[in-house]
Ligand binder design. Structure first.
Ligand SMILES: NC(=O)c1ccc[n+]([C@@H]2O[C@H](COP(=O)([O-])OP(=O)(O)OC[C@H]3O[C@@H](n4cnc5c(N)ncnc54)[C@H](O)[C@@H]3O)[C@@H](O)[C@H]2O)c1
Length: 315
């Protein structure tokens, strides 16, 4: 790797999506710096040829020093408080990390002349949509504090970009899944099912099994995120299949991959869960020629294989 290789800084690079992104950036020959406070991420996820800074994005002074020393061209902002339930229990903590922490990243990036921020936003900004698949032009009406904080930071990014301070791209990820995902994150259900089924434990579905989500494999998400670092600025794009998968269908897919023969147990529906979601990826297709490529069955099999190989990762 040469000293003049493009420099990418990844916040949250020790986490699930961030660590897959870091692997890809390294494979592309980038110099990479990871900023992560390890609150949910793991130092073991960070390769040794990466500059790793254990810094909380809420700490502007330390962040400023890291940015000044590394001088990134592109910043991928994936650090976040990602627990939807915690966001409604502790909205102030959620806002501190996702809004104020985001603002710190934005200011630190602009201060050192970084060209662009690529932001890992979420389908949670839509709340309970009126029509599916939901498009970027549809109303954003979050029903969780997490959705509200993720959306708020989209607006801060847009405001800074409008003043010419930095370029930006916003990717609204659907339910991302893949190897290395913890079982307690925003969309850890594939990881939870895989771990429980491999252990032969009972597997609970909340509600009647007809709730739907749009599951997108992590390598597809990384591909879109990399493409968003180039091309036009100011793009806001959904990253999903535009297809709904019900809890019962997901259960069957993981059961097929693990050889699990029992049926699901049913638990009471969790309050605040949206009933259905899928994200129309037309903007990503038009702008970056991006389409998801890993079908659910293949992706689930990869998660199951990874869980068998490293069961301790599926906490
Ligand atoms: N996983 C999904 O399905 C999904 C869906 C939509 C959006 N997203 C977004 O993608 C991003 C990555 O999510 P993930 O699933 O990889 O979650 P994750 O919890 O694995 O990763 C988040 C990372 O951020 C770090 N972090 C948290 N607070 C921090 C702080 N104050 N300072 C520095 N680092 C901090 C954590 O230690 C962790 O490594 C998040 O912004 C999330 O909102 C994820």
């Amino acid at each position: 790797m040469t000293d003049s290789a493009p420099r990418a800084l990844v916040t949250g690079g020790a986490g699930f999506i961030g660590s897959h992104l870091v692997d890809r950036l390294l494979a592309d020959g980038r110099r990479v710096c990871v900023v992560d406070d390890l609150s949910t991420g793991s130092a073991g996820n960070v390769p040794s040829d990466v500059r790793f800074q254990r810094v909380d994005v809420c700490d502007l002074a330390s962040l400023g020093e890291v940015f000044a020393a590394f001088r990134p061209d592109v910043v991928f902002h994936a650090a976040a408080q990602t627990d939807v339930r915690r966001s409604t229990r502790e909205p102030d903590f959620d806002a501190r990390v996702n809004v104020l922490g985001g603002l710190n990243v934005l200011r630190a990036a602009a201060a050192v002349g970084a060209r662009r921020i690529v932001y890992a936003s979420s389908a949670a900004v839509y709340g309970d949509p009126e029509r599916l698949p939901v498009s970027e032009a549809d109303p954003t009406r979050p029903i969780s504090d997490y959705g509200a904080s993720k959306l708020a930071f989209e607006h801060y990014l847009g405001a800074h970009a409008a003043r010419g301070l930095i370029e930006h791209a916003v990717l609204r990820y659907a339910n991302v899944y893949g190897p290395g995902q913890r079982a307690d994150g925003e969309a850890g259900v594939v990881a939870i099912f895989a771990r429980q089924m491999l252990a032969g434990e009972p597997v609970a579905i909340f509600g009647d099994g007809r709730k739907t989500r749009d599951y997108v494999y992590v390598s597809d998400v990384v591909e879109a995120t990399i493409r968003a670092a180039a091309g036009p600025s100011g793009v806001v794009a959904n990253i999903g299949w535009g297809r709904e998968i019900s809890d019962l269908e997901l259960f069957r897919a993981v059961a097929a991959a693990t050889g699990y023969a029992k049926g699901p147990t049913h638990a009471a529906d969790r309050r605040g869960d949206i009933a259905r979601i899928s994200l129309d990826p037309a903007v990503a297709r038009r702008t970056w020629d991006w389409r998801p490529s890993v079908p659910l069955g293949d992706g689930v099999r990869r998660v199951v294989e990874a869980t068998k190989a490293k069961p301790e990762l599926a906490r």
